[in-house]
Design a protein around this ligand. Sequence first.
Ligand code: MTE
Ligand code: MO
Length: 327
Amino acid sequence: MLIRRHNGFDIKASEITPEAIYQDRRRFLQTASQLALGSLFLPLDEVLAAPEKYNYANIPGIKPNPRYQDKDLKKIITSPEDFSSYNNFYEFGMDKDDPKDNSKKFKTKPWTIKVHGLVSKPADYQLEDFLKPYELEDRIYRFRCVEAWSMVVPWVGVPLHRILSRAQPTSAAKYVLFKTLQDPDQFPMQKTKILTWPYQEGLRLDEAMHDLTLLTVGAYGKVLPNQNGAPLRLIVPWKYGYKSIKSIVSIELVSAQPKTAWEMSAPDEYPFYSNVNPEVPHPRWSQKTERVLGSGFFKAKQKTLMYNGYADAVASMYSKFDNKKLY
Ligand SMILES: Nc1nc2c(c(=O)[nH]1)N[C@H]1C(S)=C(S)[C@@H](COP(=O)(O)O)O[C@H]1N2
Ligand SMILES: [Mo]
């Protein structure tokens, strides 16, 4: 099967994606032409290609995926320097460079994760044991912040559904609630009331089980920088960035829709679903376009896509909702 690349030349999807994944991803290929709208957009099958598999223990030693040296991909992927110096991590401060400056001593080892609530197999894990059974995947995703900037990042992680399946949610489980570490000695802003602490986020169970939903431990073939949410953070690429909670210590299955930290502070601005939707403006600004993070810090402006470009993969989960509630 031929797909169109963003720069106009055709290559076989099977040449850039291992056979098994290529088969799995066939349904995404239809999206490729739709996504080649702006020069900075990647066809989805490339975004989802997972050519390297790692064991967590090997991450610090591995070489970055050679694919990221590809000239055309390099143009699209946000530089690791920009990725790790323009951040939102309010526990460390509210300016974009606070997380980098204030997280240098953040302790990510040892790290305990609690998987609990409405599950048959609740457990507390050390991070290494938590990830041991799984191969980590390398996936390039677009990422869209509600503040109308975006980036493209090669994450390293494990689909959340593997972890949830191991815990065996009971039939009463309908939502997943995630919490960040509570530790005001390490997170100075937790001594203030700028947000309800600990930071918490939620997903409906089907969203949490979706194959795109990735629990990540790394980016650019390395462990996550502290400012990007080490040692474990969520990535939900069709939702605004704040759903992608950082430094997670608790994953809890619950029966009712949980309140998120942002919802508790400003429900009109940051509702539960928070799916990327260019048609629904934030109360204080438009969501139709986004500035692309690049040297300086922004290199271009482009149109925002419905569900951040992942509509073919996720829209069916919301067929019963109206457009406003999607957001
Ligand atoms: N615990 C926690 N998680 C968080 C945040 C935060 O302040 N605290 N900010 C969110 C927001 S608004 C965004 S855009 C992303 C930013 O991720 P990045 O710094 O890796 O780009 O993290 C999200 N996860
Ligand atoms: Mo954000």
